[in-house]
Write a protein that binds this ligand. Structure first.
Ligand SMILES: NC(=O)c1ccc[n+]([C@@H]2O[C@H](COP(=O)([O-])OP(=O)(O)OC[C@H]3O[C@@H](n4cnc5c(N)ncnc54)[C@H](OP(=O)(O)O)[C@@H]3O)[C@@H](O)[C@H]2O)c1
Length: 337
């Protein structure tokens, strides 16, 4: 099989293409011929050694795969050769609260991931691909879309008429926009780019705020709700945005803590959380049940993931560099098969 490995230390320049023997699926495992993989901010952090500097190497990065089942191990009943499937981020998390076992069953670290033409999955971690999606589109769902669904639906119970505040126009936020549209919520989105805000409006965002030219975007978001505050913030900015997110949300509202784009450590202002009765909900992607529910909703409404650009397998490093520049809108994909 062909794969990319983080091999001798971290850094994009250390990402090398290798040949490995084809793996044989063990009990309950399925072998998938990968057709496409998408890049997540986490994958870039993993390659650069910022996600887990103690990660054992070599490692095949990337959590997100879409492909075709090619062989199955003993005991497999959920899928068969020829089935189109996507990877589940945490291979051992089917439903309920995450367990320690689920937290360490994640693809692209510590388990070998999907920047390869072949990946082994647990049968419970091979999710049927909705027929209307191409492999490039399907490869965008496992991490970013499931995360947005977990935040807004599984934990957030967002409903028609609620107001949601989204940060930036990357993978998680654009899926959150599409899900909030399905649910009939009002969408306020921020971006560093007016052109991206205009594009977000064409997807159904109701209001856009440029966080570059409006550094007090929290106040601007509040003002748009008549001073009350939004019902839900999808917090992907991290240390640089968290405090403002607490100020943008209404009393009793929810902040879904998801991302660390501007850093993962900072002081947590406790007073607004308790005085405003806020719910600060950590999100760790999501379980199989959420992924299945997302697929049903997307298929029913034929929601098309927003693919910014598709790179060829030989251009994997360039794909990561593109993600790192932050010029993308939605998801960056690498075609594999
Ligand atoms: N907890 C989880 O389960 C989970 C799952 C998925 C992702 N994440 C995390 O969530 C974050 C987003 O992931 P992603 O895959 O959507 O990333 P992404 O596609 O790389 O998103 C990048 C975009 O975010 C926006 N952005 C960057 N810094 C910002 C800031 N300080 N304030 C507001 N927006 C900012 C920019 O949008 P504009 O160009 O429009 O300004 C940028 O283009 C990452 O930190 C990732 O690690 C966590």
């Amino acid at each position: 099989m062909r794969a990319y490995e983080i091999q001798a230390g971290f850094g994009l320049d250390k990402l090398v293409q290798v040949e490995r023997p084809d793996p044989t699926p063990g009990p309950m495992q399925v072998r998938v011929r990968v057709k496409a993989t998408s890049l997540n901010s986490r994958d870039l952090m993993m390659v650069e050694g910022r996600y887990n500097p103690r990660q054992k190497l070599p490692l095949i990065p990337n959590s997100d795969a879409a492909g075709v089942v090619d062989a199955v191990g003993p005991g497999v009943t959920r899928v068969k050769p020829g089935d189109r499937v996507m990877s589940l981020f945490s291979q051992a998390w089917s439903a309920g609260e995450p367990t320690r076992a689920a937290q360490v069953s994640t693809l692209g670290g510590p388990l070998d991931g999907a920047l390869a033409d072949t990946v082994l999955l647990h049968e419970d971690g091979a999710v049927p691909t909705p027929a209307y999606l191409s492999d490039e589109e399907a490869a965008t769902l496992p991490c970013a879309a499931v995360t947005a669904w977990s935040a807004l639906v599984t934990h957030g119970a967002l409903k028609a008429g609620d107001t949601v505040l989204l940060q930036g126009t990357g993978g998680v936020s654009i899926f959150a926009l599409q899900i909030a549209r399905l649910l009939g919520a009002r969408i306020i989105i921020t971006s560093s780019s007016d052109a991206k805000l205009a594009r977000a409006r064409t997807l159904g965002a109701h209001e856009g705020i440029n966080y570059g030219t409006t550094p007090d975007w929290d106040k601007a978001a509040r003002a748009l709700t008549g001073g009350v505050g939004v019902d839900h913030v999808v917090e992907v900015g991290g240390a640089g945005t968290f405090e403002k997110s607490l100020r943008a949300v209404r009393p009793g509202g929810t902040v879904s803590v998801i991302g660390v784009l501007s850093g993962g450590a900072g002081t947590v202002p406790l007073t607004p959380i308790l005085m405003q009765n806020l719910r600060v909900q950590g999100i760790f992607v999501g379980h199989r049940q959420s992924f299945d529910a997302l697929n049903r909703a997307f298929a029913l409404h034929t929601v098309r993931p927003v693919v910014d650009r598709v790179f060829e397998f030989s251009e994997a490093r360039a794909a990561f560099e593109h993600l790192k520049r932050g010029a993308h809108f939605g998801k960056v994909v690498v075609r594999v098969g």
